[in-house]
Design a protein around this ligand. Structure first.
Ligand SMILES: Cc1ncc(COP(=O)(O)O)c(C=O)c1O
Length: 405
């Protein structure tokens, strides 16, 4: 039946729509909802981090005292006072706002990735990405038919030396997309030296950098690394961030910061997509910044996720010692596990779900190398008890799989 309906409408679809394939893994993971399956597959914040009481008070006050503006349409670029508040917030967190820069408020960082791609990428343009990389950015790059150029990461982030080799060979890169800090999915962070090297390459070979930085605000080990945006002297960086992980994702407020000319085009592109991001959410976030609610949430996220990360690393150590290696993130929400044997984690997922644990098979995050023996584990959402039990179930699944291989 489903097939019949699909066939009936296929002829109506635009050519570009065919690249929007539903992921088989996502469908499979949907089936686990409501069952006794401990999920390391998502990427959700721990809801105990949400400042519910404060946001409740703020929302009420904003609606009652400035509702005539907060409930109204607002400029595509963002509410002017909020943009000013954002620039202050950025500066406080060591994100440099240059005189030639402007801000566009977006519906989450995801929209910023989409708008930047829509403004910049033509068919066949080469966009360098980390390998592995954030799947939803990769999907946008592919949607615009640009060509991802995969540059592997190691424990110091993107192998910028390998990017340089490709550039020297004559590959013409138009832009590069990076989560330089606490990368999704690998959890690795680009070293300061590589950040500087990357900017030198961007200058010599004339390309732009999209720095997607949701995680730089709650690094829980050491200082937060200096954003590439802050090191940039030439206006080559479009910086993207979000309040999803440091306030609440349901507000859907992200932002992009970059050269005025480019932000003007991003604004025009946004007009076609959603006119503007939620005015009410912008007023709420602005007030949450002013009252210190965002900073308090950042502190809460830092301490909670640090404990959860440690718990997951310890559970991995105890249960998966000889079977796998894994990354040790300084922030973010994920650990990437690489199994020693060439076990296919896509196939293994069915058995893992039977044993009551789920993860995202790593292959989807890779463009050119084989990531089929890797998996991404989320530690922000499950409870400590679920982390312990989930890793135990996962180790039992891996052991069985290795025995059979
Ligand atoms: C690297 C990265 N970029 C962007 C996003 C999307 O965030 P938002 O909720 O702001 O759209 C996420 C969400 O997990 C992410 O990990």
């Amino acid at each position: 039946m489903v097939g019949m309906h699909m066939d009936r409408y296929m002829k109506f679809l635009a050519e570009r729509t065919s690249s929007l394939a539903a992921s088989e893994i996502r469908e499979l993971l949907k089936l686990t909802e409501g069952k006794d399956v401990i999920s390391f597959a998502g990427g959700l914040p721990d809801p105990s981090v949400f400042p519910k009481k404060e946001l409740g008070e703020i929302a009420r006050e904003v609606i009652i005292s400035v509702g005539e503006r907060a409930l109204q349409y607002s400029p595509t670029r963002g509410v002017t006072a909020f943009i000013e508040a954002l620039k202050g917030f950025a500066a406080k967190h060591n994100v440099k706002v240059r005189g030639e820069d402007d801000v566009v408020v977006t519906t989450g960082a995801q929209e910023a990735i989409y708008l930047a791609s829509k403004v910049l990428f033509d068919e066949k343009d080469v966009v360098a990405v980390e390998e592995p990389t954030y799947l939803a950015a990769l999907n946008v790059i592919k949607f615009f038919k640009a060509k991802p150029l995969a540059i592997p990461v190691d424990h110091e982030g993107m192998r910028v030396d390998l990017l340089e080799e490709a550039l020297r060979r004559g590959v013409k890169v138009k832009a590069l997309y990076t989560n330089a800090t606490a990368q999704n999915p690998s959890g690795t962070t680009m070293s300061l030296e590589r950040r500087k090297h990357l900017l030198e390459l961007a200058s010599s070979y004339d390309f732009l950098i999209l720095e997607d930085d949701p995680y730089g605000y709650f690094v829980f080990e050491g200082e937060s690394p200096t954003p590439i945006k802050t090191l940039d002297e030439e206006g080559r960086v479009i910086y993207i961030s979000t309040f999803s992980k440091i306030l609440a994702p349901g507000l859907r407020i992200g932002w992009m910061l970059g050269p005025k000319e480019l932000m003007n085009y991003a604004e025009l592109a946004k007009q076609n997509v959603d006119l503007h991001s939620s005015t009410l959410s912008q007023f709420i976030v602005m007030e949450a910044i002013r009252r210190g609610t965002v900073e308090a949430t950042i502190e809460k996220a830092k301490s909670l996720y640090r404990v959860k990360r440690d718990y997951m690393l310890q559970a991995l150590e105890e249960n998966m010692g000889g079977l796998a290696s894994w990354t040790k993130p300084i922030g973010g929400l994920f650990v990437l596990v690489s199994l020693k044997e060439r076990v296919d984690t896509r196939k293994m997922l069915y058995k893992a779900i039977e044993r009551g644990v789920a993860y995202v098979p790593g292959a989807s995050f890779f463009v050119s190398r084989d990531g089929s023996h890797t998996m991404r584990l989320n530690y922000s959402y499950p409870s400590l008890e679920q982390i312990r039990e989930g890793v135990r179930r996962l180790a039992a699944t891996v052991k069985e799989e290795v025995r059979q291989a």
